[in-house]
Design a protein around this ligand. Structure first.
Ligand code: SAM
Length: 350
C-alpha cells in the first residue's frame, strides 16, 4: 500500500513523528528535568489522544513515541495501547499507517508483567533512561534524597526493568531496547565510560544526550554542556569508534565500536543542531502542541477537541499548525535572548 504523503512545513520539512506525553508526573526528580508532582488541569482522555493520533497519522505520522513525565506511572497508558493495537491491525484504519510505536521510560516501574503487556499491545521499542552507574551519582542525577542507598535501589530496579524488557522479546541487537543518558559536565561526566561499559555488556546502544536548555527550572548554563564531540573523543580513546552518521529526520548520530561490540550514539541538540530535517510534533498530556522542544508556547489542541470538531476539521487544524511552522530554535540559539521563557522538559516529554 502507498504511504500517504506528509504535510510539509515552511522549511520543507515533512511531519513524520509524534511524541505524545501521557503525564507530566514522574516518580523521579532529576534536577536537569525538574518534573511536576501534579498533573496540569484538563488531561486529555484516551478518546482525545486517539483522535489526535488518528489525525497525525492521516497527515503522515509513521512513528509514535509515548513519553511523559513517566509514562509507566499512569494507568491511562493501557487503554490507549489497547485501542492503538486494534486500530493498527485493522486494514484501512488511519492507525494502520503507524509503522513504529515506541516508549521512553526511566525503567524503574518496568516489571515482567508490564514488559509483556507492552509487547502484546504492539509497542515496538523501549528506550530506558539511566544517567549513571555509581549509586551516589544515580541518586544525584535522579534527585533522590536518600543518597547512595536510594541510588543503588534505583539502579537495581532499572536493571531488572532491562531484564524484563529483554525477556519480553525486546532485542537490543534489533534496536528494540536502548539506553538514554544525559551527560552534564561536572555532575556525571565521570559516568560516561562506566555507562558505556554497562551498555556494551548489555549489548544495548547507549545514546548520550547533551544537556539541553529546555525549561526554566533547571538553571541551565552552557558550562554544564559536554559537547558530543568531546564525549566521542573520550570513548574513542577507550574503544576505537567508526562514524556512521545520522539518519535523515533522526536525532542521534551513531558510531560503531570497531571491536564489533555494537554501537553508541550521541544526541547533540546544542552543539550540532538538526533542525533542518526535524519531523517531530510534540503533544503534552493536556493537549498543547509544540513543534519544537525549545519553544516557549504551545498551540492548544484541547480547545478544538472540546468544541467537538469533526475529524476532518481536527486534521485541518493540525495541518495549519504544521504547514505554518518555520521554527529552528536550536540553530537560532545564538540569536535568542537570554532569559526567554521555555516550556519544561517533563511537560514536553523529550
Ligand atoms: N520519564 C521518562 C524517561 O525518563 O525517559 C520519559 C520522559 S523524559 C523527559 C525523556 C528524556 O528526556 C529522558 O531521557 C531524559 O533524560 C531527557 N531529558 C530530560 N531533561 C533533559 C535536559 N534538560 N537535557 C537533555 N535531556 C533531558
Amino acid at each position: 500500500m502507498m504511504q500517504p504523503s506528509s504535510v510539509i512545513d515552511l522549511l520543507d520539512r515533512p511531519l513524520g513523528v509524534l511524541r505524545l506525553s501521557l503525564t507530566a508526573r514522574c516518580n523521579l526528580a532529576c534536577p536537569y528535568c525538574c518534573p511536576d508532582s501534579v498533573e496540569p488541569q484538563g488531561l486529555l482522555s484516551t478518546l482525545d489522544q486517539l483522535r489526535l493520533i488518528h489525525s497525525a497519522c492521516a497527515l503522515g505520522v509513521h512513528t509514535l513515541r509515548l513519553t511523559g513525565g513517566e509514562p509507566l506511572l499512569t494507568d491511562r497508558l493501557w487503554p490507549l495501547l489497547e485501542a492503538l493495537s486494534v486500530g493498527r491491525a485493522t486494514p484501512g484504519h488511519p492507525l494502520s499507517r503507524l509503522k513504529d510505536l515506541a516508549i521512553t521510560t526511566n525503567g524503574s516501574l518496568l516489571d515482567d508483567a508490564k514488559a509483556q503487556q507492552l509487547r502484546a499491545l504492539g509497542v515496538d521499542r523501549i528506550t530506558i533512561s539511566l544517567d549513571a552507574v555509581d549509586a551516589e551519582s544515580i541518586a544525584r542525577m535522579a534527585g533522590l534524597r536518600r543518597g547512595a542507598e536510594a541510588g543503588l535501589e534505583l539502579f537495581k530496579r532499572v536493571l531488572a526493568g532491562i531484564d524484563a524488557a529483554r525477556a519480553a522479546g525486546y532485542e537490543p541487537d534489533e534496536g528494540a531496547l536502548k539506553l538514554n543518558a544525559v551527560i552534564q559536565r561536572g555532575r556525571n561526566d565521570d559516568q560516561l565510560i562506566p555507562l558505556a561499559r554497562l551498555a556494551r555488556q548489555q549489548r544495548m546502544e547507549l545514546r548520550l544526550i547533551e544537556y539541553m536548555d529546555v525549561g526554566n527550572r533547571n538553571g541551565w548554563c552552557l558550562d554544564q554542556v559536554m559537547p558530543a564531540t568531546e564525549m566521542i573523543q573520550l570513548l574513542h580513546s577507550h574503544w576505537p569508534l567508526q562514524p556512521i552518521g545520522r539518519q535523515p529526520g533522526g536525532t542521534s548520530s551513531q558510531w560503531l565500536y570497531q571491536d564489533g561490540e555494537g554501537s553508541i550514539a550521541t544526541i547533540a541538540s546544542i552543539t550540532e543542531p538538526f533542525c533542518s530535517d526535524c519531523n517531530r510534533l510534540r503533544i503534552t498530556a493536556d493537549g498543547q502542541a509544540f513543534t519544537c522542544l525549545f519553544a516557549s508556547e504551545g498551540i492548544d489542541l484541547r480547545r478544538w477537541l472540546r468544541m467537538d470538531v469533526s475529524d476532518s476539521e481536527l486534521a485541518e487544524v493540525m495541518t495549519q499548525l504544521w504547514t505554518g511552522r518555520s521554527d529552528r530554535f536550536s540553530e537560532d540559539r545564538g540569536l535568542m535572548q537570554v532569559g526567554n521563557h521555555h516550556a519544561e522538559m517533563a511537560y514536553l516529554g523529550g
